[in-house]
Design a protein around this ligand. Structure first.
Ligand code: ADP
Length: 326
């Protein structure tokens, strides 16, 4: 049986819709199980500087529907140094916090892994990122909301693309992962997606043009994942201007609006399940794992696996887009 008496909770790195639902669930599950909660503001930065507040049930009421994170988020370079992490550790001891729940992406979990090892300190991670690029979970918190936002934006861009008979390259987030671009393309009826996972295998742009896309259509929309590998929407559009000057090309970069908005039902439920699972994991003496949900079952994913950066794209989805966009 776990001896955890007080946990700290923080959100770190890129914000994602549903982080608040996760904070709420973690806090309530802790209180339900007799564990006290301290909210740590601005991610690892607040741990180093001591921006920490005792959380009650009241702190997390009326937030399940809110985008962003009430705990704020920040990037903290100091935490990347042994000295910075020692300060963070001293602060945890001083505050009487004997376990941490960290919500964030790849960087946040990397920091958690290093810290947990260095100080033999229990941490449970929750996957909070719109990119869906963490291994061991079917979905990350925020991904579904971002996908829905992309779909709504592309629907709007299609109206103007159709009227002017233009070829639009729309850049979406995802860091080095193509989940948002590929599933965004399927959901919005785009003609193609250019994603990093297949960029090295083949020339996706040439393939699209050769397949005669736009022949029977009066406009085309292609989603491009932001990435050095794809060159982003600007890079692809430049190439088209040079190699295929017959097309009337436009670029739209969706940017930070993909991070905002009220979380979808899917993200709220995912965050709530994962938040409660984080406390159950601690009670079960689990440590240094990320909570995932695979095939609708809660899983514990060791940090080292979650961040290994090779979450595969389901190749069936590539075919789905190809067939549905002829
Ligand atoms: P995300 O969690 O969204 O991937 P970042 O990559 O910015 O966002 O990481 C968030 C924070 O996690 C960083 O600002 C830093 O404090 C911490 N972090 C990231 N990588 C490391 C690392 N290698 N060592 C220690 N801390 C790290």
């Amino acid at each position: 049986m776990s001896t955890t008496k007080r946990i700290g909770i923080l959100t770190s790195g890129g914000d994602a819709p549903g982080m608040n639902a996760a904070i709420r669930a973690v806090t309530r599950a802790a209180i339900y199980n007799g564990i006290r909660v301290k909210g740590i503001y601005r991610g690892y930065k607040g741990l180093v500087t001591g921006e920490i507040e005792e959380f009650t049930n009241h702190h997390v009421s009326n937030i399940v529907q809110r985008g962003g994170t009430i705990l704020k988020t920040a990037r903290c370079l100091e935490f990347k140094t042994p000295e910075g992490r020692k300060l963070a550790y001293d602060r945890l001891v001083e505050e009487g916090i004997d376990a941490l729940v960290t919500i964030g992406g790849d960087g946040t979990l990397t920091g958690a892994r290093i810290f947990a090892q260095e100080f033999n300190y229990p941490i449970i991670g929750l996957p909070g990122t719109i990119d869906n690029d963490l291994y061991g979970t079917d979905m990350t918190i925020g991904y579904d909301t971002a996908l829905n936002t992309i779909m709504e934006c592309v629907d709007k861009i299609r109206d103007t693309a159709t009227s002017h008979e233009r070829l639009f390259f729309i850049e979406v987030m995802g860091r080095d992962a193509g989940f948002l671009a590929l599933n965004g393309a399927i959901a919005s009826g785009a003609e193609a997606a250019i994603i990093p996972e297949t960029s090295l295998e083949k020339d996706q742009l040439a393939e699209m043009i050769e397949n005669g896309f736009r022949k029977s259509k009066n406009s085309s929309i292609v989603l491009v994942a932001e990435s050095d590998v794809t060159g982003g929407a600007m890079g692809v559009a430049e190439r088209v201007k040079k190699e295929y000057p017959q097309f009337d090309v436009r670029v739209s970069i969706l940017g930070h609006l993909q991070r905002g908005g009220s979380p979808t039902a899917q993200d709220r439920i995912l965050a709530t399940r994962m938040g409660i699972a984080a406390i159950e994991a601690l009670l079960d003496d689990q440590r240094n794992v990320m909570i995932g949900i695979k095939n609708d079952q809660i899983t514990y994913v060791p940090f080292s696996q979650a961040i290994k950066k090779d979450k595969p794209i389901n190749h069936e989805l590539l075919n789905t887009l190809r067939v549905s966009s002829i």
